[in-house]
Structure formats: C-alpha cells, structure tokens
Ligand binder design. Sequence first.
Ligand SMILES: [Zn+2]
Length: 126
Amino acid sequence: MSDSCDGSYDDFLDALETDDGYYYTCSNGHGTLPPRRVCPHCGDRDLESEPLLTRGKIVTYTTVTVPTPRFEDDAPYVTAIATFGSVRVTGVLLGVEPADVERGLEVTATVTETETTDERTIAFRP
Ligand SMILES: [Zn+2]
C-alpha cells in the first residue's frame, strides 16, 4: 500500500470540497473511495490514489420523503449513485427537483452539510 492511501473520510471530504477529489484504484482497475485500505471487489491491498473525474453520471437514484433522523429537515431529497470513471459514489443530489432527475444526468461531486445535523456529506450538483 502506498503512503498516499491512508487518508481518512474527512480528508477525502476536504479534498472534494476544494475540487481536488480522489479515489483509490487497485491493480485490477477497481475503483473505491477512502477510507478503504483494501479493494472491496477483489481484496487487493495495493491501492493507488487517482484524481476523481470532475464529472460523473447518475446511474441510480431514490427520492426520500421519509428520511432517517439524520436528514429529517432535508426531506424530500434525492440520494443517488453516480459513476466517476471506475468508481461509484453515493451522495445527495442538490439543485434538481426530484421529478426532474433521470439516469445519465451529469453531475459534479461536492460537499454539503445536512440541514438536520450539519454533518458533512457528499453531494452532487448538475
Ligand atoms: Zn480490486
């Protein structure tokens, strides 16, 4: 494992916030997000840090109208999974009406704070 791959999730959010997002890729080309130390797909421990693509595409999404307590004041909102090259990222979709979301929508990844708890979380914007 290289020294560049011991970042925490907070470090990752810091990087994402400054448009400097990254992900880990294993020797088999699987992508994963920090703070993983082992590829979740094949168990490879030789992870390298790569810059996250600036644009991803929504592959699946869910409109949440009955949220977990953590997101109580944010509902309704859309959670989505977007692919950025070989890595799948889960986040909250902002700036789009839930009815207007569709698969293939291009988004950028950023960081937002939930209205409920002020916790930082990954967000997507078109
Ligand atoms: Zn792998």
